[in-house]
Design a protein around this ligand. Structure first.
Ligand SMILES: *[C@@H]1O[C@H](CO)[C@@H](O)[C@H](O)[C@H]1NC(C)=O
Ligand SMILES: *[C@@H]1O[C@H](CO)[C@@H](O)[C@H](O)[C@H]1NC(C)=O
Ligand SMILES: *[C@@H]1O[C@H](CO)[C@@H](O)[C@H](O)[C@H]1NC(C)=O
Ligand SMILES: *[C@@H]1O[C@H](CO)[C@@H](O)[C@H](O)[C@H]1NC(C)=O
Length: 196
């Protein structure tokens, strides 16, 4: 009988040891080597990462990063391209500072369209695919309404891949530069992400 108790006790100790090892491996504690991102432990199964970067939306000029891909029938007028119903495809660079030539952390790729009959409000679905450091190959997806005339907006983070699997969170975006004539913009992002 005492032998059986010792055996069971040993089994429990070994089992809990292996459970601990595997859980610390699957929830690793990689720390980012870069300054635009900062990861810390969150709940027992999650981590929290805060990313800061700048989004460059170039609608006109020598090398636009946005293409008008659809407009309401009969509204064939590019100068009014932000009118209701216009749809755009974007491949916008994300950089560490407002300077477009600063270090690239990824592109934001996807669609946005003018979704309001009054004012200029976009509906935006973009994949933010990162190419820097431990985030290289990982992405988050943001989907939400973008009231571009408000200096500060908030968007939901609806998912992610790689480091950001199971992501949920929010992005606070603040217009840093907007030229109403060219419609080119630079937008600062602070993105808070909870993920595995
Ligand atoms: C195109 O849009 C601009 C700005 O809204 C407007 O002033 C102009 O009259 C429009 N041109 C045509 C041909 O519809
Ligand atoms: C990111 O990953 C790609 C593909 O694995 C690789 O070619 C590239 O050099 C990496 N970039 C950085 C900055 O690590
Ligand atoms: C982002 O965070 C920095 C400091 O962490 C702050 O200075 C900046 O105002 C924030 N930007 C937005 C758009 O919230
Ligand atoms: C705004 O865009 C217009 C048209 O492209 C350009 O002529 C003007 O210099 C720009 N202004 C600024 C401050 O960049």
């Amino acid at each position: 009988m005492p032998k059986l108790i010792v055996t069971i006790f040993t089994f429990i100790i070994l089992t809990s040891y292996f459970v601990n090892v595997s859980s610390s491996e699957s929830h690793g504690t990689k720390s980012p080597p870069t300054t635009w991102a900062n990861t810390s432990p969150y709940g027992s199964h999650e981590r929290k990462t805060v990313l800061q970067f700048y989004f460059h939306d170039v609608m006109t000029g020598e090398s636009p990063t946005v293409a008008l891909i659809a407009q309401p029938i009969g509204d064939n007028n590019n100068s009014a391209a932000l009118g209701f119903g216009s749809l755009f495809m974007a491949d916008d660079p994300l950089t560490v500072s407002p300077d477009p030539n600063s270090n690239l952390v990824g592109p934001a790729q996807g669609l946005y369209g003018a979704a309001s009959q009054e004012g200029v409000n976009l509906i935006m679905g973009l994949n933010y695919g990162f190419v820097d450091g431990v985030y290289n190959g990982s992405s988050v997806v943001i989907f939400g309404r973008n009231s571009i005339m408000n200096p500060v907006r908030e968007f939901p983070v609806v998912g992610g891949t790689g480091v950001f699997r199971m992501a949920r969170g929010y992005a606070v975006a603040e217009t840093y530069f907007f030229n109403i004539t060219s419609r080119n913009a630079i937008v600062g992002y602070n993105v808070t992400i909870f993920h595995l």
